[in-house]
Design a protein around this ligand. Structure first.
Ligand SMILES: NC(=O)c1ccc[n+]([C@@H]2O[C@H](COP(=O)([O-])OP(=O)(O)OC[C@H]3O[C@@H](n4cnc5c(N)ncnc54)[C@H](OP(=O)(O)O)[C@@H]3O)[C@@H](O)[C@H]2O)c1
Length: 246
């Protein structure tokens, strides 16, 4: 890769996204780093680095996505990394479904809007920023529980289905980008179970030693990202660099 890199971390207010910002800023090849957030009190906004530019974007608002992409286009013209870390498993009003009797249209729609559709809308608006001759990466954090082939346990209907939809949408993006931005590598990544707000209520079920810190997860995912080749575009990678089944 080029020695002067421009990046974007989507959903950087906390958790894995915030850690991506910290670790990318530790790389002195990164010249400019854009990061999106929602909460004006999030720790991202406490980071003091002249290369960091924070943009308020709710992934369910396409106009905000378009505006953020236009801002980066106007100032940088290109991106080398875009990493989408946005995701919900539970919110103040949503808990993942344990069984069919918990299925509700509004809850399912919210999972799809945040976990699947948003990533594809970002890919739509970022496309001009990937039309250049340097190798670049568009990565979305998915989840192994979104693997249809790997699903033996059931439950979590909305979360699982929205991550499976994310995988299909981004696989499609990879195919279209191959024609329109052939140097861009589009991948899905499973981070492994990581100690963040998203996993907190479910950590009792995690076997000892299997809960990663956000620092550990992010350094593993960056190692995977930094070894990607153009033939890897459209694939779903585990945190250890192995391929996951769809
Ligand atoms: N942690 C795990 O064990 C685990 C396992 C498998 C996959 N993942 C995936 O890893 C990714 C990162 O999750 P995490 O563990 O870092 O969880 P997290 O700490 O809860 O972070 C989730 C991020 O998504 C953002 N977000 C949620 N709804 C949004 C919206 N409407 N618009 C914009 N941003 C929104 C949150 O912003 P706010 O602070 O504004 O809500 C937050 O920055 C997610 O895609 C998750 O599904 C995590």
């Amino acid at each position: 890769m080029d020695k002067s890199l421009t990046g974007l971390v989507i959903g950087a207010g906390k958790g894995i996204g915030l850690e991506f910002v910290r670790q990318l800023l530790a790389n002195n090849q990164i010249q400019q780093l854009y990061a999106t957030y929602r909460d004006p009190l999030c720790p991202l906004l406490q980071i003091n680095d002249p290369r960091l530019h924070c943009l308020a974007v709710d992934i369910t608002n396409e106009a905000q996505i378009a505006q953020a992409a236009a801002t980066i286009q106007a100032t940088e013209g290109k991106l080398h990394y875009a990493i989408n870390c946005v995701g919900i498993l539970h919110t103040d009003t949503i808990q993942p479904e344990k069984s069919l009797r918990h299925l509700e249209t509004d809850r399912l729609l919210q999972y799809f809007q945040v976990n699947s559709i948003g990533s594809a809308l970002w890919a739509k608006h970022l496309q001009p920023l990937f039309k250049h001759s340097d190798q670049s990466i568009l990565a979305s954090i998915s989840a192994k529980v979104g693997s249809i082939g790997d699903n033996e346990l059931g439950g979590w209907y909305g979360y699982r289905a929205s991550k499976a939809a994310l995988n299909m949408l981004m696989r499609n993006v990879a195919i279209e980008y191959k024609r329109t931005c052939p140097q861009a590598i589009v991948v899905l990544l499973h981070p492994g179970t990581t100690d963040t707000d998203l996993s907190k209520p479910f950590q009792n079920n995690v076997p000892p030693g299997k809960l990663f810190t956000a620092e550990h997860t992010t350094s593993q995912l960056l190692a995977v990202i930094n070894q990607l080749k153009s033939t890897d575009s459209g694939k779903f990678f585990n945190w250890d660099g192995t391929i996951l089944p769809w």
